[in-house]
Design a protein around this ligand. Structure first.
Ligand SMILES: [Cu+2]
Length: 585
């Protein structure tokens, strides 16, 4: 059939797009390295990492005082936050969350790429079900540009080819509701997400005392309402399905016109308020809609330590579905993440969301999900309970439209990575879902408990790794100068300016023999690499200046810890290698 082949080629297209996107040519050193016990100022000059011990605890037990994933790398939303805390909109993940992505440095600016694509076969076992091949997918780019030492501009784009791979009707998902197709409310389908799911800009500024403030503007984007949206929680890398409580908890992530103001207290506590357009996206998944700024929300977020992220939020959403009904939404959530070593992680989320509609009153939704990854194996589960009205479900019996029903969705699954840690994690996954409903819905959903399943491939960028560095000369690194190994036949010294900066810095290498006399005519090669993460390695040329002095220009791509390795072949001597560490600000 024509339709099927269109879907298939679209899925392939999506795969190609997302497989290609996160793989730039920077993978010569595929590991990030951490430095135990070293205090390392990152992009936050006002607040060295060592001042935030909590953020390191969960990240790596061998590394107190430092966040592995966030070390020196700031969230594009708020330069006060570690990047690992960043999710969708301005929501917080636990700081210890692993990051799957690829980072590119562009002259002190940072570009981070994320994405996932899950081509699959999904089969919903109910008379209101369906079966099909599809490929939910998304890609995200986060860019941050330091403006001054205490302010930053962040840009973010989230794109999805769902409008192609899912079509306007979306994918089958029992009990799912929200948004329309052919101007009729969808039921038992998950609507496709928009091609442009988030286009946002953020200005953030450190205020001193660990505080910061930011302004987030987006079209479309996500107001401060709800937990991080499901596709930005870890489970989304293993399960493509949206929660059936999506429109009770975290569906306001593609609002056409959002402005959020936030005040952040040490990346532990923040208060936010948003003004946004309440109307959900219409059926044209490629277009921009009119910004109305007719709705508002407020959120209080608390990350008491690296492993926990809690929030409570309230929103008034005007005419969300375009039917004139306004709603009040209350949500609370607790996300927990626990790194279990180098290549293992456990994470959970508990979410409550309540809608209070002008037409039908209050309904509640509850979600619990967990994801346990160890090496190539990932086990996951999601359990949901939700009240939906007969009207929401578009039940065929008119008499049932005004009633509310308690529905359940229970999913368990497993993903085995066929490729793992090699740029792209290709997983083969399987998930089973059981959906429970009261007997009153038998006419529409059949007798008993429908069971659904899906088999899929999952493509995502590999996790940004960390390994503990067994470095000898890390004990007394100083900004502006390195130390030399005393036993070396030629004494090597390498210095930059007293305060090396992100960007180009002059490097002076001095060579002296055992008697302290300058060594001339040496051949010197250099390599420059960041020690906290993979930023590639450069080899700046060295020119001799006379008097035992040699000069080079080293480029530190961003603030943080850098290592310059100098190899010297002095006339008549064996090659000598020595490393010098610098903290760029
Ligand atoms: Cu959504």
């Amino acid at each position: 059939m024509k339709k099927k082949s269109t879907q298939r080629s679209a899925a392939l297209l999506a795969l190609g797009f997302f497989a290609a996107a996160p793989a730039p040519a920077q993978s010569r050193h595929p590991t990030m390295q951490n430095m135990p016990g070293m205090s390392m100022p990152g992009q936050k000059p006002a607040e060295p990492m060592a001042g935030k011990p909590e953020h390191g605890r969960g990240a790596d037990a061998a590394m107190p005082g430092m966040s592995m994933s966030g070390m020196g790398m700031s969230s594009s939303v708020d330069l006060n936050d570690p990047m690992s805390q960043e999710a969708s909109g301005t929501a917080w993940l636990p700081a210890s969350s692993p990051m799957y992505g690829k980072m590119i440095m562009l002259k002190g600016n940072m570009l981070m790429l994320h994405g996932a694509a899950m081509p699959r076969y999904t089969d919903i076992g109910s008379r209101r079900g369906d079966r099909r091949f599809d490929a939910p997918n998304w890609g995200m780019a986060m860019f941050s540009h330091p403006l001054t030492t205490d302010s930053q501009l962040g840009l973010r784009a989230m794109l999805s080819l769902d409008p192609i791979t899912e079509g306007g009707y979306g994918y089958p998902l029992l009990f799912q509701t929200g948004e329309t197709w052919h101007h009729r409310p969808l039921h038992d389908r998950q609507h496709p997400h928009n091609f442009q799911s988030e286009l946002a800009a953020t200005y953030s500024r450190l205020l001193g005392g660990g505080r910061s403030a930011y302004l987030y503007v987006a079209d479309p984007g996500e107001p401060a309402l709800g937990p991080p949206t499901y596709m930005h929680r870890l489970l989304a890398y293993d399960l493509a399905d949206a929660p059936i409580g999506h429109h009770w908890q975290d569906a306001t992530h593609i609002q056409f016109g959002v402005a959020t103001l936030g005040l952040n207290f040490g990346s532990r506590l923040k208060v936010e308020a948003s003004d946004f357009t309440g109307r959900e996206p219409d059926e044209n998944r490629w277009s921009f809609q009119k910004a109305r700024f007719d709705s508002h929300s407020a959120r209080l977020s608390l990350n008491p330590d690296a492993d926990d992220a809690l929030q409570v939020s309230y929103g008034f959403i005007k005419n969300a579905e375009g039917d004139g009904a306004n709603q009040h939404r209350l949500t609370a959530s607790w996300l927990y993440n626990r790194p279990l070593g180098e290549d293992s992680n456990f994470t959970t989320a508990l979410v409550w969301g309540q809608n209070n509609l002008s037409t039908e009153g209050k309904t509640n939704s509850y979600l619990a999900e967990a994801d346990y990854q160890r090496g190539r194996d990932t086990f996951f589960t999601r359990a949901e309970n939700i009240q939906k009205s007969g009207n929401e479900l578009q039940l065929s019996e008119e008499a049932l439209r005004g009633r509310k029903f308690s529905l359940g969705a229970y999913t368990a699954g497993y993903v085995r990575d066929l490729t793992h840690g090699t740029r792209i994690d290709t997983g083969l996954g399987f998930a089973v879902t059981a959906d429970t409903h009261p007997a009153a819905l038998n006419a529409d959903y059949g007798v008993g408990t429908p069971v659904s399943f899906q088999v899929y491939l999952r493509f995502r960028p590999s996790r940004m790794k960390s390994t503990n560095m067994h470095a000898m000369d890390m004990t007394a690194p100083k900004a502006g100068g390195g130390t030399s190994a005393p036993s070396a036949p030629v004494k090597i010294t390498a210095t930059t300016t007293t305060a090396p900066k992100a960007g180009d810095n002059p490097l002076t290498i001095s060579l002296a023999d055992a008697q302290g006399k300058p060594v001339t005519g040496a051949r010197i090669t250099t390599s420059v690499a960041m020690t906290s993460m993979d930023m590639g390695t450069s080899h700046p040329a060295v020119t001799e200046k006379g008097g035992g002095r040699y000069a080079a220009v080293v480029s530190f791509g961003m603030a943080g810890p850098w290592r310059v390795t100098v190899e010297v072949i002095a006339p008549g001597q064996k090659p000598q290698t020595q490393a010098f560490d610098f903290a760029a600000r």
